[in-house]
Design a protein around this ligand. Structure first.
Ligand code: GDP
Ligand code: K
Ligand code: MG
Length: 301
């Protein structure tokens, strides 16, 4: 077995935190691609999504494998159990942990702290959304977190404005172990293309419907055919009740048409090709609580 040569750095960086603190926004800024969907609603992210960045830092090539994860919540239904399993798995693999908080959060009795026992990796505390804060508050928060968990570093940033993200990057890269790369250089993620197609539709559902609809919806890509000049994608939108199907479709199909056209545009940007998107809405009673359905929809490590 060769000794660890000091000519390559590679490792897993887990992004964890409560819902809505900006984990997915940060992941996208760090990777430089829109890998993860972002909305103002909690529990938008349901999976562990890896975003891979290759580069060079001070003449040493590196591969950073970021994992965006669902926000830490107390499980209320089976889907949440799977979501929390993704969070735990990502902590166990981590070489560096980015514990993302926003300035408004209290450090004492924070829900994420008990999970940190699952890792021996250095923890970088990210104080996000500094654009909504001031120096006095940041100083106070820094002291609070120092006292609560003694992280390896505390870095204030604004993921939304891409402010101070370079400082965070430097803090990550200097803690990355010397190790050969885990993935081929042309791989951007561990997820297949259909996954991103379904996430794009899901984002539009989160952005366009209220109350329970986004949480009751799942998107399954039943067809993904790449042709020379376009990709043909068939998306099935699953909801839990018949009444929800009507809401998704909207009057004379107007709502379904709207999310379809928004999703198609984003897919064309993401895949760099023309997309023909076909959508169908189906009722799948109580899918969030059914183990076989969750397995079928990929909520398993
Ligand atoms: P996640 O649930 O932790 O993945 O959070 P998201 O990345 O989905 O972001 C949740 C909301 O916070 C979205 O509306 C983002 O636009 C917003 N957000 C993220 N980062 C910042 C930031 O630095 N400043 C402000 N003001 N808003 C942010
Ligand atoms: K969110
Ligand atoms: Mg997210």
């Amino acid at each position: 077995k060769p000794i660890a040569l000091r000519d390559f750095r590679a490792g897993f960086v887990s992004i964890i935190g409560k819902p809505n603190v900006g984990k997915s926004t940060l992941m996208n800024v760090l990777v430089g691609e829109k890998m993860s969907i972002i909305t103002s609603k909690a529990q938008t992210t349901r999976h562990r999504i890896m975003g891979i960045l290759n580069g060079k830092h001070e003449d040493i090539p590196f591969q950073l494998v970021y994992s965006d994860t669902p926000g830490v919540v107390k499980p209320a239904y089976k889907l949440h159990d799977s979501m929390m399993t993704f969070v735990k798995g990502s902590l166990e693999d981590a070489d560096v942990v980015l514990f993302v908080t926003e300035v408004g959060e209290k450090a004492a009795e924070h829900e994420v702290i008990p999970l940190l026992q699952r890792t021996n990796a250095p923890i970088i505390l990210v104080l996000n959304k500094i654009d909504l804060s001031n120096e006095e508050e940041l100083k106070r928060k820094t002291e609070e977190w120092e006292k609560e968990i003694q992280p390896a570093a505390i870095i204030p940033i604004s993921a939304l404005l891409n402010a101070n993200v370079q400082t965070l990057f430097d803090a990550i890269i200097t803690r990355l172990p010397f190790h050969p790369p885990y993935f081929d250089e042309d791989e951007l993620t561990d997820k297949p293309e259909r996954f991103f197609a379904s996430e794009i539709v899901r984002e539009k559902i989160f952005l366009n419907y209220r109350q329970e609809i986004p949480y009751s919806s799942e998107v399954v890509i039943s067809e993904f055919k790449e042709r020379d000049d376009m990709i043909v994608i068939r998306a099935e939108i699953l909801v839990e009740r018949k009444s929800q199907k009507g809401i998704i479709i909207g009057e004379k199909g107007a709502m379904l048409k709207k999310i379809g056209s928004e999703a198609r545009k984003d897919m064309e940007d993401f895949f760099g090709k023309k997309v023909f998107l076909e959508q169908h809405v189906k009722v799948e009673p109580d899918w969030r609580s059914k183990e076989n359905k969750l397995r079928q929809f990929g909520y398993e490590e």
